[in-house]
Design a protein. Structure first.
Length: 528
């Protein structure tokens, strides 16, 4: 499953494997409850939970702990101190190799699995409302706590990635994914809410960790389009997988099957860990220089020790880029665009299946319509990556916001007239929002100075989830208006974001980040 070298300096491969087995066994102990509802289209509300299910939950919790113990490196404080003076950077002009393409393919699959889970929420809420006999406002607690989990996970997983390593944090996230599949057998809405928070916490850190790992491995010349392509394919693929599985499986097995899919997909992600390399910097910091040299040779990276003078320059570098209207304008523009993305992706698109069902579409037809929309959006990811890297970074982001606006106007027209198919406007929304989220974080990272790059990019990333939390909070309060009103409300901040990006956005295509950063010239890498 995972090579022994991956866990060579940790407390044991055996502990990780044992943890995965325990989590899987805990999930399997819940399946009899799911199968008991076969005669009632797998509805379990009101059925008592057996002793085997409680044992299964305890086994899952213990299994996650054991797996984390197996991944935890030895002598953490000493190793973290050793990592402070090591810098790993890919050369600007290094060619792409089969290792780069293989890593990109694996990370696309990982992101599809990751994004599919929160994307499935919109397809489970109608079933929850029907089975638990609760208003839609109460059912909205599920996506609200899931998004809250992603905010918490984004923070916690950043710390875990620094301590455990990029690869190890991805593996631990996958183990938690497996555990959350028991939500498909829970007869209580409260348990579903709890598992959604856990799922969100696991999913929240996957995207930034994936971006960090890929950025470290890719040559600077290819970094922009690679990040956009991997992020875009993962986003579109995740939504297509969620809608596709809903259309294929919900008519037979009900909404719960979308949760139970976390078992095979989570285990698949664990197996994919064998193909994901560990960060070279992490390996060097742990004294595993031979492994680090092998990784760097495969991916064309170089290593050096930073000099004390650089730390002084870092602390005393020019601060002109940290203040002023241009800086605030960029931050506000990208943060507002991120909030609008969250309102659409975790609000409007999650409410859309329920709206279509209320308008007379069956859940199967609604899922198929959304799957067709995602399928239309799929090839545009390649166009987006090409435009971002070959045409313009700034105007590609502007274009994605413009397409999103067109989708909002299409939904508004559909709601007002009641005529036509929802495929085209929904496809425009999916194309626009997935293009936007694929470019937003890479563009933010390229648009701010080194000293505040992490904080500003983190702020933009948090705003993508904050918009969704706001949307679901309104749903909990039963204040969600009709989709035509929702579309109208979102159109205005989206238009403002478009104008602000046009005004304050900065072109970064074809330029070394050190040329865009007033502090960056002091950090020119020299290979050893």
């Amino acid at each position: 499953m995972i090579s022994t070298s991956t866990l060579a300096d940790r407390r044991g491969l055996w502990a990780f494997v044992l943890g995965v087995i325990a989590v899987t066994a805990g999930v399997l102990l819940h399946l009899p409850m799911f199968l008991m509802g076969r005669s009632m289209h797998y509805q379990l509300y009101g059925m008592p939970m057996g002793t085997d299910m409680y044992i299964g939950m305890a086994t899952i919790i213990a299994g996650v702990g054991v797996a984390a113990y197996g991944l935890l490196p030895r002598n953490i404080s000493k190793q973290l101190a050793a990592s402070q003076d090591i810098v790993v950077s890919p050369p600007e002009e290094a060619p792409l190799t089969s290792a780069h393409w293989s890593l990109m393919a694996v990370l696309v699959i990982a992101l599809i699995i990751d994004i599919m889970k929160p994307a499935s929420l919109g397809f489970t809420i109608p079933g929850m409302v029907g089975e638990y006999q609760v208003p839609k406002a109460t059912a909205s607690l599920v996506p609200f706590f899931a998004l809250t989990g992603t905010v918490v996970g984004s923070i916690v997983w950043g710390v875990i990635a620094d301590i455990y390593g990029r690869k190890a944090s991805i593996l631990l996230s996958a183990v938690m994914f497996v555990g959350t599949s028991i939500c498909g057998a829970m007869p209580s809405l409260a348990w579903n809410i709890g598992m959604c928070f856990m799922m969100g916490a696991a999913a929240g850190g996957m995207l930034p960790v994936t971006y960090a790992l890929l950025a470290e491995m890719m040559p600077s010349k290819h970094r922009g389009w690679a990040l956009v392509l991997v992020g875009g394919l993962g986003a579109v693929g995740g939504y297509f997988a969620a809608s596709g599985f809903s259309a294929l499986l919900q008519p037979t097995f009900g909404w719960r099957i979308l949760w139970l899919l976390n078992l095979p997909t989570g285990l698949s992600l664990v197996l994919l860990g064998a193909l994901i390399p560990e960060s070279a910097k992490f390996l060097l910091a742990r004294g595993r220089r031979e492994e680090a040299s092998h990784v760097m040779a495969r991916f064309g990276s170089k290593a050096r020790h930073s000099r004390p003078a650089e730390a002084v320059a870092f602390a005393k570098g020019p601060s002109v880029a940290l203040t002023g209207r241009a800086f605030l304008g960029k931050l506000i523009a990208l943060s507002l665009a991120a909030i609008c993305y969250g309102l659409i992706n975790f609000g409007l698109l999650l409410w859309l299946p329920t709206d279509l069902v209320a308008r007379g579409y069956s859940m199967e037809v609604s899922s198929k319509l959304l799957a067709e929309s995602a399928l239309i959006a799929f090839p545009t990811v390649f166009v987006v990556a090409y435009l971002y890297s070959r045409w313009s970074t700034k105007w590609s982001v502007v274009g994605s916001i413009g397409v999103t606006l067109a989708g909002l106007i299409g939904v508004l027209w559909l709601e007002f007239t009641g005529q036509g198919s929802p495929v085209l406007p929904v496809a425009l929304l999916i194309i626009g929002t997935n293009a936007l989220i694929a470019m937003l974080l890479p563009y933010a990272a390229e648009s701010f100075p080194l000293r505040i790059r992490g904080r500003t990019t983190g702020t933009v990333a948090a705003c993508t989830k904050a918009g969704g939390m706001l949307a679901q909070f309104l749903a909990i309060l039963a204040l969600v208006p009709a989709l035509d009103v929702v579309s109208t409300i979102i159109i205005f901040p989206t238009l403002v974001a478009l104008l602000l990006v046009i005004r304050f956005g900065k072109e970064t295509r074809g330029r070394d980040l050190r040329d865009l950063d007033p502090d960056g010239h002091t950090f020119a890498a020299t290979g050893i």
